[in-house]
Design a protein around this ligand. Structure first.
Ligand code: P6P
Length: 293
């Protein structure tokens, strides 16, 4: 429901004057876009009205928000309501990412309260692109749905997605190359080496996690957001970006790592903490881990 509403808002953004910034900054210090705020409201309201949600932790909220008593359930839902929103003005793919954690007594999301890998009940993302694609796992495989604009309903279009073990596509922001450590520079340089096959890896990058990620389960390859000299644990958030995407990838036979350990083995220490992310084809991620060892 929320993703359908956000899809409509994104597609009409230039018409309804919903491009551009809201004028506030979020807890990460990033300019909140108008659609960030609206999408956050849409997601939060849909979750509240479900009557099953106890706590929501959103990229757009400084701290976790308890759903008021009359509506509350006890599931914990983390989400990034509109990831990549800086691309809205250019009509480039954006997405919503969510993860539903199993209920617990206090229903709190606090230090060491979650073991990421064992608690997820359901994870999904919705990509707002040339098609509106909803990808979901409830812990037994990964399924893709496409929004049919004729009927306003999502229809199953990809059953039991399986990630290729290898792939010749990589998605890294090459602009940060000089900020990276030598081991990573060597890894990226070797991807560009045509080698005996005469064919180097192909680079793909649009600066929107869901859009940069979505092709990889289909074609195989690696998406990376490394740490760099400007920031130890640059940019992507563990709880509502890296962990949900890693859960999906593992369900489809892939791997999510911070370069040294499984993302889902990392115990969260705070809601908006960032970690490096290297994800998708097992053999590509393991090759990178060897470079970084
Ligand atoms: P950079 C969008 O703001 C985002 O959080 C992710 O969607 C995306 O992968 C990343 O930032 C892009 O960051 O530094 O490459 O522009």
């Amino acid at each position: 429901m929320a993703c359908k509403q956000i899809a409509a808002l994104v597609q009409r953004a230039p018409i309804s004057n919903l491009t551009g910034i809201q004028g506030a900054v979020n807890v990460q210090g990033a300019d909140q876009k108008k659609l960030d705020v609206v999408s956050n409201e849409v997601f939060s309201n849909c979750l509240r009205s479900s009557g099953r949600t106890g706590i929501i932790a959103s990229e757009e909220e400084d701290v976790p928000v308890a759903v008021e008593e009359s509506y509350s359930g006890n599931y914990i839902v983390v989400f990034d309501p509109l990831d990549g929103s800086s691309n809205i003005n250019a009509a480039v793919s954006t997405g919503s990412i969510f993860g539903i954690y199993s209920p617990n007594d206090e229903c709190l999301v606090s230090d060491n309260d979650l073991e990421l890998g064992s608690s997820f009940l359901a994870v999904g993302y919705c990509m707002y692109s040339s098609s509106i694609i909803f990808v979901l796992t409830i812990g037994n495989g990964v399924y893709g749905f496409t929004l049919d604009p004729m009927y306003g309903e999502f229809v199953l279009t990809k059953e039991n997605i399986k990630i290729p073990k290898v792939g010749k596509i990589y998605a890294f922001n090459e602009g940060n190359y000089q900020l990276r450590d030598d081991k990573l520079k060597k890894y990226i340089a070797d991807l560009k080496d045509p080698g005996p096959s005469g064919k180097p890896y192909s680079a793909r990058y649009i600066g929107s996690l869901v859009g940069d990620f979505h092709w990889t389960p289909l074609y195989g390859g690696i998406y990376g957001y490394p740490r760099d000299k400007n920031s130890k644990n640059r940019k992507l958030r563990l709880l509502y970006e890296c962990a949900p995407m890693s859960f999906i990838v593992e369900q489809a036979g892939g791997k999510g790592s911070d370069g040294h350990q499984r993302i889902l083995d990392i115990e969260p220490t705070e809601i908006h903490q960032c970690v490096p992310l290297y994800i998708v084809s097992v053999e590509e991620v393991e090759k990178l881990e060897k470079y970084l060892a």
